[in-house]
Design a binder for this molecule. Structure first.
Ligand SMILES: *[C@@H]1O[C@H](CO)[C@@H](O)[C@H](O)[C@H]1NC(C)=O
Ligand SMILES: *[C@@H]1O[C@H](CO)[C@@H](O)[C@H](O)[C@H]1NC(C)=O
Length: 247
């Protein structure tokens, strides 16, 4: 009995390794964006703590109130690019870029054309610095009208998709996935993810975990070779979301 169990061990150990490219480094995640990614209201911290697997790591660099313009003007973008240089020898560095909630405000100083330009320049600069950009369309707000989520980030989503198409870069449609999920669960369940009872933009801690799971599942589905081995699955939560049930 003892011998037969020992004989199985190398086979069991070999199976997962075969799925991983031999030269695969762990990932360093740099998260750029506004408050819907930032600590205290976004999905970023939960992404780092519940999706990123042991060995990989990252830093939530998103800023509350940020636009594609203010993130650069405030020095946050250049600091992030410096971070790439620091980490790229030891890690595969990925930069998620998710903006739109503040860019779309009338007083932001960023019109739609500038939004497109800014996202494109950010994408190019990440590549030039030696990392892989991932454009993320903006997390939906959770206000409903006649039983459906009000899709008030459609322009910004279309632009993010177009920029990525033009440049053939990584993209996940968080806006689409979060809209679909909120439409499935409805307003009452959606409000459970609010940071405060009337705040249908920002996320509670649990809301962060749920939407970080959506981000992680989108990444693994779109780029399994790059992300399967460096993320942590939660089949239970994934199944609940897929079924359109309230998590
Ligand atoms: C989307 O952009 C168009 C102009 O291209 C504008 O007329 C419309 O109001 C915008 N929609 C939203 C929800 O901002
Ligand atoms: C996975 O998701 C379930 C359902 O939301 C949750 O109860 C559980 O704590 C999660 N497990 C881990 C290890 O995070």
């Amino acid at each position: 009995m003892r011998f037969s169990i020992l004989a199985l061990i190398p086979v069991v150990l070999a199976a997962p390794a075969a799925l991983v490219a031999p030269d695969a480094k762990p990932v360093y995640w740099l998260l750029a964006g506004d408050s819907t990614t930032a600590p205290n209201g976004g999905w970023g911290d939960a992404f780092l703590s519940t999706i990123v697997a042991l060995g990989s790591t990252g830093h939530n660099r998103a800023k509350s109130g940020a636009t594609t313009k203010s993130f650069r003007d405030g020095g946050y973008w250049n600091s992030l690019l410096d971070g790439i240089k620091q980490y790229k020898n030891d890690y595969r560095v990925y930069v998620t870029i998710q903006f739109g909630h503040n860019d779309q405000k009338a007083n932001s100083g960023v019109n739609l054309a500038q939004f497109a330009t800014n996202l494109g320049v950010m994408t190019d600069e990440v590549v030039a610095a030696g990392a892989t950009p991932i454009l993320v369309s903006p997390l939906t707000r959770r206000t409903f009208k006649s039983g459906k989520v009000v899709e008030n980030l459609a322009n910004e989503t279309a632009i993010a998709a177009q920029v990525v198409k033009d440049k053939s870069r990584h993209y996940i449609d968080l806006n689409g996935a979060s809209t679909t999920y909120m439409n499935a669960v409805g307003q009452a369940a959606a409000d459970k993810y609010n940071l405060s009872p009337d705040d249908r933009t920002h996320l509670s801690v649990w809301g962060g975990v749920v939407f970080a799971r959506i981000v992680g599942d989108l990444l693994v589905a779109a780029y399994p070779d790059e992300f399967n081995a460096v993320t942590t699955a939660n089949a239970t939560l994934t199944a609940i979301i897929k079924a359109g049930k309230a998590a």
